[in-house]
Design a protein around this ligand. Structure first.
Ligand SMILES: [Zn+2]
Length: 308
């Protein structure tokens, strides 16, 4: 899923790398990880669905552009009608990707993973909680009953954890920097706090241990993977020390493990704040490359006669 409106112009000095969306799309096409035929534009979001996750009061403030100055500061992005439209489209992209994953096994949104959005407020660059919305719509429709959120962005998925805290059928798993934002952590089903400066080996070990536990306990019919790349050494808002190869290994492991169990998988971007927007986009390609390779290898295996 991709839409050109995913990018809303921001000041070049703003820390949020808004241009990573078109840069990532261009790179995926240039490296032939995806073809232009793979790019689907999400439809406008059915607005009544938003009330399944967000409060009427918050939605009213968003749709009428009446957030207070303090609320906009907490959000961390300058408010605009374009940002509102972008938030709606990105949420639609995740929901549409989820429907595609349920029919095809694997799909992605070239945006999304806005996990700091709570039912009644936005923060940390997140307006709407796209993953919570997609899961809730699918459950309300009766399309799925159980789901899992695999949140490997370096920041805790506090909004998602809070939204689903009382909801046993949705299992939230978050691995995140213990001393990083958000300082007040919410309670996921499985929280794995990580120490500052953690490197590849220990990190990948933790992913392997806890992903199995999460999938066993969740028994999900769909999985959402927040493949944030702010775990990489030198990230402006991260405190971990993964290498680029470590991120590639992580993405491949998650995709192989989830798809190996036959669980439909939706990949969303979440965060990434490398030194340049180009670098951030480059780091995000690993999840897509791993997904494309996994699909290709699986198709090849299935094409081989069983006698071989
Ligand atoms: Zn993050």
């Amino acid at each position: 899923m991709y839409h050109q409106a995913y990018e809303v112009p921001l000041s070049p000095h703003h820390p949020f790398p808004m241009s990573k969306y078109p840069l990532l799309k261009a790179r995926l096409l240039a490296e032939k990880i995806i073809s232009s035929g793979d790019l689907v534009e999400p439809p406008p979001l059915n607005m009544t669905w938003l009330e399944l996750v967000h409060t009427r009061d918050y939605l009213h403030k968003l749709s009428s552009s009446t957030l207070s100055a303090a609320e906009i500061r907490r959000l961390g992005l300058p408010w605009s009608e374009a940002l509102w439209q972008r938030s709606l489209l990105a949420a639609s992209g995740t929901l549409t990707a989820a429907r595609a994953a349920l029919s095809d096994g694997l799909a992605a949104n070239l945006a999304g993973g806005t996990h700091h959005a709570f039912a009644d407020h936005g923060e940390g660059f997140c307006v709407l909680n796209d993953v919570a919305l997609a899961l809730t719509v699918l459950r309300t429709e009766g399309t799925i009953h159980r789901g899992v959120v695999i949140d490997l962005d370096v920041h805790q998925g506090n909004g998602t954890a809070a939204i689903f805290e009382q909801e046993d059928a949705i299992y939230t798993f978050s691995m995140h920097g213990e001393r990083n934002y958000p300082i007040a952590k919410m309670r996921s089903n499985l929280d794995v706090p990580l120490r500052d400066g953690l490197g590849d080996a220990e990190y990948l070990d933790q992913v392997a241990t806890h992903l199995s536990v999460a999938l066993d306990q969740a028994a999900p019919e769909i999985a959402f993977y927040l493949a944030g790349v702010d775990v990489v050494a030198g990230d402006r808002y991260g405190r971990l020390a993964l290498s680029e190869s470590g991120v590639a290994q992580r993405d491949r492991f998650v995709i192989e493990t989830v798809r190996g169990r036959g669980i439909p998988l939706v990949i969303v971007l979440a965060g990434g704040y490398a030194a340049t927007r180009e670098r951030t986009a480059e780091l995000h390609t690993h999840a897509f490359r791993a997904a494309a390779e996994y699909e290709r290898e699986t198709a090849l295996r299935q094409a081989l006669p069983s006698a071989l």
